[in-house]
Design a protein around this ligand. Structure first.
Ligand code: SAH
Length: 219
């Protein structure tokens, strides 16, 4: 794609970015405001930085990916976060999704199995003044028992089933959004609501995520 002068203008670029996200179904004003405030360009490094404002997933360190912005928006919208909520994200990656969540929730905990990603995201959160996010190196399939229960849980890696410990760490009335399915096939984004008794499951849309992997990574 050749670059037009317009695409170099940050305001124009941001407008196109938000237009793309909105046209894919992100209509919640609070979510759109959060996506306007958080600059995705800060979360993409190196070769791919110039593509940060396109609606596509991009490679990040440790062989992982930063999700497609419209998918970030749709997942955030499905969580229906209120300002008093304590949120857990499994799969920090670049930190972009956690930064969006931080604009809507009281407190965000985000865990990743790669220490390097946790370290780099923590530095970014500090530089951007996002003081209500804590990033930790952990196997998120076990959740974060020391901070449980959570009002909202977002899993940004695909599991074969919603992990039991995460279901258990959801408050009654709480919502979890999780991509479910085999990693080399189409996965489904699922919204789980914890009821007084049991859980309600709703299929949202087909998606494609990197797999949820057990254990802590070597880096
Ligand atoms: N939310 C991220 C994108 C996540 S990509 C963003 O906004 O950029 C999925 C992430 O899940 C990867 O960084 C991967 O390391 C992490 N992951 C995979 N399995 C995990 C597990 N069991 N526990 C914690 N993190 C895991």
């Amino acid at each position: 794609m050749t670059e037009t002068p317009d695409e170099k203008d940050p305001a124009e670029r941001k407008m196109r970015f938000l237009f793309a996200v909105r046209s894919r179904g992100v209509t919640d004003a609070r979510v759109l405001n959060a996506m306007e405030r958080i600059d995705r360009g800060a979360f993409v490094k190196g070769l791919f930085a110039e593509r940060a404002y396109e609606d596509m997933p991009l490679p990040i360190a440790c062989g992982q990916t930063i999700s497609q912005p419209s998918v970030v928006g749709l997942m955030t919208q499905a969580l229906n976060i209120s300002p008093r909520d304590k949120v857990l994200e499994v799969g920090t990656g670049s930190g972009y999704q956690a930064a969006i969540l931080s604009q809507l929730a009281r407190r965000v905990y985000t865990v990743d199995r790669h220490r390097r990603l946790v370290r780099e995201a923590t530095e970014l959160f500090r530089a951007l003044g996002l003081t209500n996010i804590t990033a930790l190196a952990a196997d998120g399939s076990f959740g974060l028992p020391e901070q449980a229960p959570f009002d909202r849980i977002l899993v940004t890696a695909a599991a074969e089933d919603p992990p039991g410990p995460l279901l258990a760490q959801l408050k009654i009335g709480g919502i979890m959004v999780v991509p479910v399915g085999q990693t080399d096939a189409v996965q489904n984004l699922i919204k789980v609501t914890r009821l007084e008794q049991g859980y309600d499951y709703e299929e949202l849309r087909p998606v494609r995520f990197v797999p949820l992997v057990e254990g802590i990574g070597a880096d």
